[in-house]
Design a protein. Structure first.
Length: 463
């Protein structure tokens, strides 16, 4: 709770700091390789993804890819009218991928990206490789991850064909305070690579970005501030970016996400609106960016992201149900057979008891006849031995029946647990999941089976 209050105080402080430092519109800038978000998801949130754990935010913070635990890839197109420094009519084509890896016993993610940006007078090509850690530094205040990226940059004049090449270095860090709150810090184009094109010097501006994000099952709230160094003969630039995403869940047809964002910067302010459809391991997203200054010429972005390695939950659930039905039939058959055998043994024990009583009476009556007594005693010992064996066999069968009943309860719990997992994967609210787990634990906690996975899941939900 204390960390939550400190996070919200920092979030509000960030907003007021940005409001104080926000500059008046300045001279139009055309510096190369500005910090523009990758894809419709980032643009739909007005590029406020420095603290958001999404692989498409790698251009704004190389540390955000560390949380990817599946191979992911995406393709992106944008017809834009605003960059981070001002108006610009450009088309952008990009791809990226994230490959989780284990390096020296530590988990992390290798990222690759390529981007081609064409304007009326300038074309830009970016090829980058980066690495983000996963849970690199664990502290009492949360988990800190780090990332770095190396970019090969080429800028060329469209008319003259003159071009220049350089290398850019990006550094970033991501602090995960808890499962909902993140803070991100990145330094882009640390070495400020320069390009001399048509006798004019230009450079990729050194940029510092700081962001915060709050993520729940239903919504995501983000805010970034960015400071860019002077580049291409133009003064430094400052921007405030914020975004909001809400998830609309359906029972069978996946998830729909609505996004909106606002970016405030000198001559570069814009409002963004976006929508996305997520189904299984894929996401299709679209965003529209409307300028708030200058000519109202909207931009458009379209992205397709695919995550490999995820399984079809519905087909897996169907397979488990069929397997459970088969095991249930086998258990019922075993229980019926055990019940029949138990009944026969009880009848035999009753008859043996009657016979023992009769022999005892005969032994008392023939006490004076030694031979008869000895014979009856020997027969009694044989019958008692048979009784002992029958009782031992009955105990074994009763124990087997008890284990069979316990297995049946175990499979009933497995079926209910799988139903809960399907409910969870369908995007049920947290309160519904908690209620379902509480009923499940209450039903099976005194049956003697292992329900630790349900209790652990309930503890995680309560936290």
């Amino acid at each position: 709770m204390k960390k939550m209050k400190n996070f919200k105080k920092g979030f509000l402080g960030l907003f007021f700091l940005a409001s104080t430092l926000y500059p008046l519109p300045s001279t139009l800038l055309y510096a190369a390789f500005e910090d523009i978000g990758l894809g419709a998801g980032s643009r739909g949130l007005a590029d406020s993804v420095t603290a958001l754990g999404d692989i498409n935010g790698v251009l704004l913070n190389p540390a955000v890819t560390g949380g990817a635990r599946k191979f992911e890839t995406g393709v992106h197109f944008e017809a834009g009218s605003r960059t981070s420094l001002g108006p610009a009519d450009f088309n952008s084509y990009a791809f990226n991928m994230a490959l989780p890896r284990m390096t020296y016993g530590k988990l992390g993610t290798l990222s690759l990206l390529g981007r081609y940006n064409s304007q009326e007078e300038l074309s830009q090509k970016t090829l980058g490789i980066g690495y983000g850690t996963w849970q690199a530094l664990k502290t009492a205040l949360g988990v800190v991850d780090f990332g770095a990226g190396l970019k090969v940059l080429q800028a060329a004049a469209v008319k003259s064909g003159d071009s220049g090449m350089g290398f850019g270095l990006d550094l970033g860090a991501l602090w995960r305070a808890d499962s909902r709150h993140n803070l991100g810090l990145s330094f882009l184009n640390v070495n400020s690579p320069s390009f001399k094109i048509d006798a004019a010097d230009d450079r990729a501006p050194f940029t510092v970005r700081f962001g915060a994000a709050e993520t729940t099952e239903d919504y995501t709230l983000t805010m970034d501030v960015a400071r860019r160094a002077a580049a291409g003969g133009y003064p430094a630039n400052f921007s405030l970016n914020s975004g909001f995403e809400y998830v609309w869940r359906t029972y069978r047809y996946g998830l729909f996400c609505s996004r909106t964002g606002l970016s405030l910067a000198g001559r570069a302010s814009f409002l963004s609106l976006g929508i996305a459809y997520k189904h299984l391991a894929s996401e299709l997203a679209y965003s529209l960016m409307a300028p708030l200054t200058g000519a109202i010429l909207p931009g458009h972005a379209l992205s397709l992201t695919v995550r490999f390695g995820d399984r079809d939950i519905e087909s897996e659930y169907e397979r488990l149900i069929k397997q459970e039905i088969k095991y249930r039939k086998d258990l019922i058959g075993a229980l019926d057979e055990s019940l029949k055998r138990e009944t026969l043994l009880k009848d035999e024990l009753n008859s043996l008891k009657v016979e023992i009583d009769a022999l005892n009476d005969k032994l008392n009556a023939a006490r004076e006849q030694k031979a008869a007594v000895v014979e009856a005693r020997e027969k009694l010992e044989v019958i008692v031995e048979r009784q002992r064996r029958a009782e031992a066999e009955l105990k074994v069968l009763e124990e087997k029946r008890r284990r069979d009943k316990l297995n049946q309860v175990q499979f009933d719990f497995s079926r209910d647990w799988q139903a809960y997992l399907k409910l969870k994967s369908g995007g049920a609210p947290k309160d519904v999941l908690k209620g379902s787990l509480q009923r499940l634990i209450s039903q099976y906690q005194s049956t003697g089976i292992d329900i630790s996975q349900a209790t652990i899941e309930l503890q995680q939900l309560v936290q």
